[in-house]
Design a protein around this ligand. Structure first.
Ligand code: FAD
Length: 286
């Protein structure tokens, strides 16, 4: 089923994000994780694609096929374009059509300092236009409550998001954030800009200290005082930090649901224990 149709039937939508195993690892290595994630009955599972600007062919499409054919959950395939030619993208779109995969998260991808971008696509909106001309897919896009790192300011960022929606994105998934008030004012700005498509809130449950540092340096998410205090208090107590991270994520989600968010997208980091803990915490709310 196409993701835009899921939103017509259900609100809030619950989705998970996973990444494929490394190229030299068997796809079956992820079965244990998938079995637990799928039992939690998400509305769809998204599969990342060459994160960090890498151009190597990975197992994204294969994993998405597995989710659809063996677990009967709708997959959403991430697809980046900056380092790909039209011919390469066309080949992937053909594979998706053959596998009857209907949902694509169209992304520009991060710049990789070691790779000269190909010239066919500059922005996610170029990829969206290309996909629309190619075939009948439901197309999602990424959005950034704290502004994309390359944008000059929030106004420019929202104008560019509007272009992305106008080019055909019918659903957005947000970058992770830890302060819900930032997300709420972002949603207001989206409305003012005429962006009407459903926006899922991206939630990253924090489970260890290294992860927090990596996240903040990669996407610039600001850390509220409350969050910093909790992390400082438990940073050297592994289990306590895990518990605190779970509670923080659940509280964030409960507050988002109380504000009628369109959907919750959990960055599971392929950790089914994390996904299960969160789903148990919100099982009567979604
Ligand atoms: P765009 O929408 O193209 O935006 C990039 C920048 O260009 C922004 O600053 C924007 O304001 C600006 N811009 C956009 N359109 C225009 C225009 N017409 N004119 C001028 N400026 C413009 N990366 C991966 O490599 N693999 C993944 O699987 C992956 N999954 C992700 C999932 C989510 C939910 C999110 C939020 C991000 C994900 N990313 C992934 C990261 C993403 O690729 C990077 O954030 C990338 O830097 C931007 O991608 P985008 O699609 O948002 O780009």
């Amino acid at each position: 089923m196409k993701i835009d149709s899921i939103f017509l039937k259900k609100k809030p939508v619950l989705s998970f994000e996973i990444f494929p195993p490394k190229r030299d690892t068997a796809i079956q290595s992820i079965d244990e994780t998938l079995a637990i994630l799928c039992e939690l009955n998400p509305d769809f599972i998204s599969v990342t694609f060459g994160a960090g600007g890498s151009v190597t062919n990975n197992l994204t499409v294969e994993l998405a096929k597995k989710i659809k054919q063996e677990y009967h959950i709708e997959p959403l395939v991430h697809l980046t374009c900056l380092n790909h030619s039209k011919a390469e993208i066309q080949q992937i779109l053909q594979q998706l059509q053959e596998a009857e995969i209907e949902n694509i998260l169209a992304l520009r991808g991060d710049r990789n300092p070691d790779v000269e971008p190909k010239q066919d696509f500059c922005y996610a909106s170029d990829l969206i236009q290309y996909i629309k001309e190619y075939g009948d897919f439901s197309i999602s896009g990424a959005c950034y409550p704290e502004c994309h790192l390359e944008s000059k300011n929030r106004i420019e960022d929202i104008h560019n998001l509007k272009k992305k929606v106008d080019s055909g994105a019918n659903h957005l998934i947000s970058q992770l954030f830890f302060d819900n008030t930032i997300f709420y004012s972002y949603m207001e700005n989206c409305k003012i800009a005429g962006i009407e498509v459903p926006v899922e809130a991206g939630i990253m449950p924090v489970v260890n200290k290294a992860q927090i540092e990596r996240m903040v340096s990669l996407c610039g998410a600001s850390l509220p005082e409350k969050f910093k205090r909790i992390m400082q208090k438990y940073e050297d107590k592994k289990e306590a930090l895990f518990d605190a991270g779970m509670v923080y994520a659940i509280n964030q989600i409960v507050d988002l649901l109380a504000h009628d968010v369109d959907g919750i997208h959990i960055f599971t980091m392929n950790n089914p224990v994390v996904a299960k803990r969160i789903c148990d915490g919100i099982k009567n709310l979604v």
